[in-house]
Design a protein around this ligand. Structure first.
Ligand code: PLP
Length: 339
């Protein structure tokens, strides 16, 4: 049987030949002493791209989010957040353990947060309730199906937040860049801090970046050390990250095109799901179905791997290592579903 079409996540992507070459030749130093020129170059490049004063290379997206909460909040603070965001549901309760924050969740089932619910959370202070310290958003919104936020939507949220900082979980920020046609700097302008992953659709083997005001990033460097995330000759990883930022962004459009084709196949095969394929604007096909687990199991038996992100929510993610042939095999398997 031919190799499985692996649509479980864009994190399964392999580093490209150009990345392997850049890693082999990377000039490195001890980043614990601030002496790795390749890490410094990657951090500077990301800060420029996002229009922030400084950036920090971190081992993972989770660590980037967690450090952001530590530098923006104090224990007991409340963070307003979409109910399905990664920082709430998929980080093993880390925010409670590491930053001691409490989330006030608002509806985000369509990807963007309900602004009226945000207003209510912010106003609750006048009714003897806890004051909101910060807001966290996700662009693209993974659970909702990779929904991209525009800078106008983010600016509207930031305006409502007033002086409160906005943390942007941009694990797939560059998918949003490609889908909206806006620059990373424009999408990050309303946010105080932004995290983006290099190791998802951009294919780098390891690493994420956190950017923001210089003073906050200096504190973030200390928090990274506390998490055990200060690395030594990390330039080997940063070298792949630079190739990712320089060469792997525009091609995300191909992943988006394939995801839409797959979304249409699911919508046709499973009309009872009421899934609108037009909501699939980046690389994530995600929909509710009472038999989501069976659908995933049946497709796996046919050599097409996906997953569930909720008891009734199926998810399939396109990426660099699934080409048109693989995608067509997935589409054919979806058409044969017998759920
Ligand atoms: C939206 C979002 N944020 C954060 C992360 C965490 O990234 P990492 O797996 O690198 O820790 C993920 C990972 O899938 C994600 O989808």
């Amino acid at each position: 049987m031919s190799r499985a079409v692996d649509l479980r996540s864009d994190t399964v992507t392999q580093p490209t030949a150009a990345m392997r070459e850049a890693m082999a030749g990377a000039v490195v130093g001890d980043d614990g002493y601030g002496e790795d020129p390749t890490v410094a170059a990657l951090e500077a490049r990301f800060a420029t791209l996002t229009g922030k004063e400084a950036a920090l290379f971190v081992p993972s997206g989770v660590m980037g989010n967690q450090i952001a909460l530590r530098v923006l909040c104090a224990p007991g603070d409340v963070v307003v957040c979409g109910a399905h965001q990664h920082v709430i549901g998929f980080e093993m309760g880390a925010a409670a353990r590491n930053a001691g924050v409490q989330f006030w969740t608002v509806d985000d089932s369509a990807g963007l947060v309900d602004l009226e619910a945000v207003d209510e959370a912010l106003a609750a202070e006048a009714d003897h309730q806890v004051a909101v310290r910060a807001i966290a958003v996700e662009n693209t919104h993974m659970y909702a199906g990779g929904v991209p936020w525009s800078s106008a939507d983010l600016a509207e949220l930031a305006a409502r937040a007033g002086p409160r900082p906005l943390h942007l979980d941009g694990a797939r920020l560059f998918n949003a860049v490609v889908a909206t046609g806006e620059s990373a700097a424009a999408l990050c302008a309303p946010a105080t801090t932004v995290m983006a992953c290099l190791s998802k659709g951009l294919c780098a083997p390891v690493g994420s970046l956190l950017a923001g005001p210089r003073e906050l990033m200096e504190r973030a460097r200390i928090e990274r050390k506390r998490f055990g995330g200060a690395l030594r000759q990390a330039g080997f990883l940063a070298a792949a990250g630079l190739v990712a930022l320089d060469t792997m962004v525009e091609r995300l459009a191909e992943d988006h095109r394939r995801a839409r084709r797959l979304a249409e196949a699911f919508a046709e095969a499973l009309p009872e799901a009421g899934y609108d394929p037009a909501t699939c604007r980046t690389n994530i096909v995600s929909f509710d179905h009472p038999e989501a687990r069976r659908i995933v199991a049946e497709l796996a038996a046919a050599g097409v791997l996906g997953g569930t992100v909720g008891p009734r929510r199926a998810r399939f993610v396109t990426h660099h290592d699934v080409d048109d042939d693989g995608l067509e095999r997935a589409v054919a398997a979806v058409a044969r579903l017998r759920v």
